[in-house]
Write a protein that binds this ligand. Structure first.
Ligand SMILES: [Zn+2]
Length: 412
């Protein structure tokens, strides 16, 4: 049997937190099930199926100060496989180093409590996703968007390279016109992508003015083709005009979403479009984006609240890259930053049940009978102290019913 029974032996806390009964591993403690908090609950995991067997609220007092919750989900990351913050290195890092570094990053994600991530454009995640499915990668489940889809000469086109070389080394497919866009979606689908990512605008990385990139016609073609393959379509959108194009084209999520207006938030709520504000990337690059300070301040002070007040569903996505300044493994920072704006409970929903919905995953992101047994335990109560979500406080990680990290016995 694939289940790690041994992990539960020799545990000081066995009788409080973890025990085994007829192949059902029982976890007890304060629980956030993806929707709400219970002071104490019992969660049973079926060792044979890797699914959650039962969840029962308990009316006794929890014996430990830990919180059980669904494995965390980051809906927006990249595996760039280099410490460097420069586009040149993102495209020119050797395939071997990219792979090895990304395996290390995948492990970091799992150690920090992330059991599912979605990639938004890189050269390695289709293969990482395959390796994870084969059981040979110690990392989260990876929903890969394959190569991102971008306009020729766009933000992520390293223009210091001759065009043909840039095309060859890029992590984007450069497309012009709706049919080239459809072809790029089809190539990604052919290669195993489980999500589609497009650029509706430029970003801060390339410097200069923010401008729209893929046109409304191109964006519509991408969303249509993604939906024909039953995949979610996500668009990078900086500026109100790019956000509007993204909404009009029928995308499922607005990524970054700097410049969101109240009217747009209302439209997004009506159409069930997710908002992924990627707060972590701006916090972690405060210094390099000094000249953009006002735009970023508005994002933190107004836009996330505009979305939340309008009832738009917000999903946690960090836009961490695996570089030295945006390392993978710090992803729970997004929950901490979101907590400061929308409150801890909503922030946790954004990184669990809502993130799963954003990715179209039906049996993931909640602790419910029949769902995948992706469960973590953190030290303390994140409702009272957001730092409970920091990597060092993640004491237990169970993914698909297998225990992949267990430090419960380090509790005092
Ligand atoms: Zn990104």
């Amino acid at each position: 049997m694939a289940y790690n029974f041994w992990v539960f032996k020799n545990l000081k806390y066995e009788k409080h937190t973890v025990s085994l009964l007829n192949n059902i591993a029982i976890f007890k403690g304060r629980t956030f099930d993806g929707e709400r908090f219970f002071e104490n609950a019992e969660i049973g995991i079926n060792a044979a199926t890797g699914l959650i067997d039962h969840v029962d609220e308990l009316h006794s007092k929890a014996l430990n100060d830990i919180t059980l919750m669904p494995g965390l989900i980051d809906t927006h990351i990249h595996f760039f496989g280099t410490d460097s913050p420069r586009l040149m290195d993102w495209v020119l890092t050797s395939d071997a180093l990219l792979a090895v570094k990304s395996v290390y990053d995948a492990e970091s994600l799992l150690e920090s409590g992330f059991t599912t991530v979605r990639t938004m454009g890189d050269k390695v995640s289709l293969d990482l996703s395959r390796a994870e499915k084969l059981g040979i990668l110690r990392g989260p489940r990876i929903i890969s968007s394959g190569y991102s889809i971008a306009a020729t000469g766009g933000n992520d086109d390293p223009k210091f390279l001759p065009y043909e070389l840039s095309k060859q080394f890029s992590y984007s497919y450069y497309c012009d016109g709706p049919w080239e866009c459809r072809k790029a979606v089809r190539l990604n689908v052919r290669n195993g992508a489980e999500s589609i990512k497009a650029y509706a605008s430029s970003s801060f990385v390339g410097g200069g003015e923010i401008r729209n990139e893929l046109t409304p016609e191109e964006l519509s073609a991408i969303a249509d083709e993604a939906h024909a393959a039953h995949l979610k379509a996500a668009a990078h959108a900086y500026g109100s005009s790019a956000i509007q194009n993204t909404i009009d084209a029928g995308f499922d999520s607005v990524e970054h979403g700097l410049g969101l207006t109240e009217e747009q938030a209302e439209l997004m709520r009506k159409r069930g479009i997710f908002y992924v504000p990627t707060l972590s990337t701006y916090k972690l690059s405060e210094n390099s984006y000094e000249e953009r300070r006002e735009v970023i301040a508005r994002h933190f002070e107004k836009e996330v609240s505009i979305a939340s007040n309008a009832g738009v569903k917000i999903a946690a996505g960090t836009d961490l890259l695996g570089t030295a300044s945006k390392p993978l493994g710090l992803n729970s920072l997004e929950i901490i930053y979101l907590s400061e704006i929308i409150g801890a409970e909503s922030a946790l929903k954004s990184a669990t049940s809502l993130a799963a919905e954003c990715l179209g995953l039906k049996n993931t992101g909640s602790i419910k009978a029949g769902y995948r047994a992706d469960i973590i335990a953190v030290n303390g109560n994140p409702l009272q102290n957001a730092s409970s979500m920091k990597r060092e406080n993640v004491l237990l990680v169970v993914k698909g019913g297998k225990t992949v990290k267990n430090q419960l016995n380090s509790l005092p």
